[in-house]
Design a protein around this ligand. Structure first.
Ligand SMILES: [Fe+2]
Length: 188
Protein backbone atom coordinates (compact mmCIF):
# COMPACT_ATOMS: atom_id res chain seq x y z
CA UNK A 1 0.00 0.00 0.00
CA UNK A 2 1.38 3.43 -0.92
CA UNK A 3 2.03 6.13 1.67
CA UNK A 4 -0.86 8.18 0.28
CA UNK A 5 -3.30 5.29 0.47
CA UNK A 6 -2.15 4.24 3.95
CA UNK A 7 -2.42 7.81 5.17
CA UNK A 8 -5.91 8.17 3.66
CA UNK A 9 -7.09 4.97 5.28
CA UNK A 10 -5.72 6.01 8.68
CA UNK A 11 -7.27 9.44 8.44
CA UNK A 12 -10.65 8.01 7.43
CA UNK A 13 -10.52 5.53 10.32
CA UNK A 14 -9.64 8.29 12.77
CA UNK A 15 -12.63 10.35 11.65
CA UNK A 16 -15.25 7.68 10.96
CA UNK A 17 -14.44 4.52 12.94
CA UNK A 18 -16.72 5.20 15.92
CA UNK A 19 -19.93 3.64 17.25
CA UNK A 20 -21.83 6.71 16.09
CA UNK A 21 -20.53 6.35 12.53
CA UNK A 22 -20.45 2.54 12.33
CA UNK A 23 -22.62 2.31 9.25
CA UNK A 24 -20.81 5.06 7.38
CA UNK A 25 -17.46 3.46 8.24
CA UNK A 26 -18.67 0.10 6.93
CA UNK A 27 -19.67 1.81 3.67
CA UNK A 28 -16.31 3.59 3.37
CA UNK A 29 -14.37 0.36 3.96
CA UNK A 30 -16.43 -1.28 1.22
CA UNK A 31 -15.81 1.61 -1.17
CA UNK A 32 -12.06 1.47 -0.44
CA UNK A 33 -12.06 -2.23 -1.28
CA UNK A 34 -14.18 -1.74 -4.39
CA UNK A 35 -11.87 1.03 -5.62
CA UNK A 36 -8.96 -1.38 -5.30
CA UNK A 37 -10.79 -3.75 -7.65
CA UNK A 38 -11.35 -0.92 -10.13
CA UNK A 39 -7.76 0.34 -10.29
CA UNK A 40 -7.19 -1.32 -13.67
CA UNK A 41 -9.70 1.09 -15.22
CA UNK A 42 -7.32 4.02 -14.61
CA UNK A 43 -3.72 4.60 -15.70
CA UNK A 44 -1.10 3.22 -13.32
CA UNK A 45 -0.06 6.70 -12.18
CA UNK A 46 -3.60 7.38 -10.92
CA UNK A 47 -4.23 4.14 -9.03
CA UNK A 48 -3.09 5.30 -5.60
CA UNK A 49 -5.07 8.48 -6.00
CA UNK A 50 -8.24 6.51 -6.78
CA UNK A 51 -7.92 4.34 -3.70
CA UNK A 52 -7.00 7.28 -1.45
CA UNK A 53 -9.99 9.28 -2.72
CA UNK A 54 -12.27 6.29 -2.07
CA UNK A 55 -11.14 6.10 1.57
CA UNK A 56 -11.60 9.84 2.02
CA UNK A 57 -14.70 10.54 -0.05
CA UNK A 58 -17.11 10.60 2.91
CA UNK A 59 -14.97 12.13 5.69
CA UNK A 60 -17.22 15.18 5.52
CA UNK A 61 -19.85 13.14 7.40
CA UNK A 62 -17.59 13.01 10.48
CA UNK A 63 -19.38 14.97 13.22
CA UNK A 64 -16.34 17.18 13.84
CA UNK A 65 -16.21 18.18 10.17
CA UNK A 66 -19.87 18.97 9.50
CA UNK A 67 -20.19 22.65 8.64
CA UNK A 68 -22.30 23.41 5.56
CA UNK A 69 -24.02 20.01 5.62
CA UNK A 70 -22.82 19.21 2.10
CA UNK A 71 -20.46 16.39 3.04
CA UNK A 72 -18.38 16.56 -0.12
CA UNK A 73 -17.68 20.28 0.46
CA UNK A 74 -17.01 19.90 4.19
CA UNK A 75 -14.66 16.98 3.53
CA UNK A 76 -12.82 18.78 0.72
CA UNK A 77 -12.32 21.90 2.83
CA UNK A 78 -10.92 19.81 5.66
CA UNK A 79 -8.49 18.03 3.31
CA UNK A 80 -7.41 21.33 1.74
CA UNK A 81 -6.73 22.83 5.19
CA UNK A 82 -4.60 19.81 5.99
CA UNK A 83 -2.47 20.07 2.86
CA UNK A 84 -3.74 17.13 0.80
CA UNK A 85 -2.99 17.22 -2.96
CA UNK A 86 -5.40 19.46 -4.84
CA UNK A 87 -6.38 16.73 -7.27
CA UNK A 88 -7.40 14.47 -4.38
CA UNK A 89 -9.29 17.33 -2.74
CA UNK A 90 -11.12 18.00 -6.02
CA UNK A 91 -12.13 14.36 -6.37
CA UNK A 92 -13.63 14.37 -2.87
CA UNK A 93 -15.33 17.72 -3.50
CA UNK A 94 -17.03 16.56 -6.67
CA UNK A 95 -17.58 12.84 -6.15
CA UNK A 96 -20.89 11.36 -7.26
CA UNK A 97 -22.07 14.55 -9.00
CA UNK A 98 -21.88 16.61 -5.81
CA UNK A 99 -22.34 19.79 -7.84
CA UNK A 100 -25.98 18.89 -8.31
CA UNK A 101 -26.57 18.53 -4.57
CA UNK A 102 -24.56 21.74 -4.06
CA UNK A 103 -26.99 23.55 -6.36
CA UNK A 104 -29.95 22.10 -4.43
CA UNK A 105 -28.42 23.46 -1.21
CA UNK A 106 -27.40 26.88 -2.58
CA UNK A 107 -23.70 25.95 -2.27
CA UNK A 108 -22.74 25.74 -5.95
CA UNK A 109 -20.29 28.67 -5.80
CA UNK A 110 -18.52 27.31 -2.74
CA UNK A 111 -18.06 23.91 -4.36
CA UNK A 112 -16.98 25.37 -7.70
CA UNK A 113 -13.69 26.65 -6.25
CA UNK A 114 -12.45 23.05 -6.30
CA UNK A 115 -11.21 21.55 -9.58
CA UNK A 116 -13.77 19.32 -11.28
CA UNK A 117 -12.05 16.32 -12.79
CA UNK A 118 -13.74 14.25 -15.47
CA UNK A 119 -12.38 11.03 -16.90
CA UNK A 120 -11.61 7.45 -15.87
CA UNK A 121 -10.52 8.36 -12.34
CA UNK A 122 -13.74 10.17 -11.46
CA UNK A 123 -15.73 7.46 -13.25
CA UNK A 124 -14.10 4.80 -11.07
CA UNK A 125 -14.60 6.74 -7.84
CA UNK A 126 -18.30 7.27 -8.57
CA UNK A 127 -18.65 3.60 -9.52
CA UNK A 128 -17.08 2.47 -6.25
CA UNK A 129 -19.39 4.73 -4.24
CA UNK A 130 -22.50 3.62 -6.15
CA UNK A 131 -21.90 -0.12 -6.13
CA UNK A 132 -21.43 -0.37 -2.36
CA UNK A 133 -24.35 0.09 0.01
CA UNK A 134 -24.64 1.79 3.38
CA UNK A 135 -23.43 -1.26 5.31
CA UNK A 136 -20.54 -1.95 2.96
CA UNK A 137 -22.43 -4.56 0.94
CA UNK A 138 -22.05 -4.81 -2.82
CA UNK A 139 -25.07 -3.51 -4.75
CA UNK A 140 -26.01 -3.02 -8.36
CA UNK A 141 -26.26 0.61 -9.38
CA UNK A 142 -30.06 0.51 -9.67
CA UNK A 143 -30.36 -0.98 -6.17
CA UNK A 144 -28.03 1.65 -4.77
CA UNK A 145 -29.99 4.53 -6.30
CA UNK A 146 -33.22 3.00 -5.04
CA UNK A 147 -31.70 2.61 -1.57
CA UNK A 148 -30.64 6.28 -1.45
CA UNK A 149 -34.03 7.50 -2.67
CA UNK A 150 -35.69 5.36 -0.02
CA UNK A 151 -33.36 6.49 2.81
CA UNK A 152 -33.77 10.23 2.14
CA UNK A 153 -37.30 11.69 1.97
CA UNK A 154 -38.46 13.31 -1.29
CA UNK A 155 -37.99 16.85 0.05
CA UNK A 156 -34.36 16.16 0.99
CA UNK A 157 -31.69 17.81 -1.19
CA UNK A 158 -29.97 14.42 -1.39
CA UNK A 159 -33.10 12.74 -2.76
CA UNK A 160 -33.69 15.50 -5.30
CA UNK A 161 -30.04 15.61 -6.36
CA UNK A 162 -29.81 11.85 -6.92
CA UNK A 163 -32.94 11.98 -9.06
CA UNK A 164 -31.50 14.81 -11.16
CA UNK A 165 -28.05 13.24 -11.39
CA UNK A 166 -29.21 9.72 -12.22
CA UNK A 167 -28.40 9.79 -15.97
CA UNK A 168 -24.92 11.20 -15.27
CA UNK A 169 -24.28 8.68 -12.49
CA UNK A 170 -25.32 5.83 -14.77
CA UNK A 171 -22.91 7.09 -17.42
CA UNK A 172 -20.00 7.14 -14.94
CA UNK A 173 -20.69 3.53 -13.97
CA UNK A 174 -21.28 2.38 -17.56
CA UNK A 175 -17.93 3.79 -18.66
CA UNK A 176 -16.07 2.15 -15.77
CA UNK A 177 -17.68 -1.25 -16.31
CA UNK A 178 -16.88 -0.96 -20.03
CA UNK A 179 -13.22 -0.38 -19.18
CA UNK A 180 -13.24 -3.40 -16.85
CA UNK A 181 -14.73 -5.58 -19.60
CA UNK A 182 -12.23 -4.34 -22.16
CA UNK A 183 -9.41 -5.10 -19.73
CA UNK A 184 -10.65 -8.66 -19.32
CA UNK A 185 -10.63 -9.46 -23.03
CA UNK A 186 -7.76 -11.80 -23.92
CA UNK A 187 -5.03 -10.16 -25.98
CA UNK A 188 -5.48 -10.85 -29.73
FE1 LIG B 1 -20.09 7.23 -0.18
Amino acid sequence: MSDLTANAKDLAAGLLDSPQMARRWAHVQGVGQRATELTRTVVPADRDLLVAAAWLHDVGYAPDLVDTGLHSLDGARYLRRNGYPLRLVGLVAHHTCARIEAAERGLADQLAVFPLEEGPLMDALVTADLTVGPRGQRLELAERIEEILHRYPPQSPVHRAIQRAEPLLKAHVRRTLGRLDADEQPAP
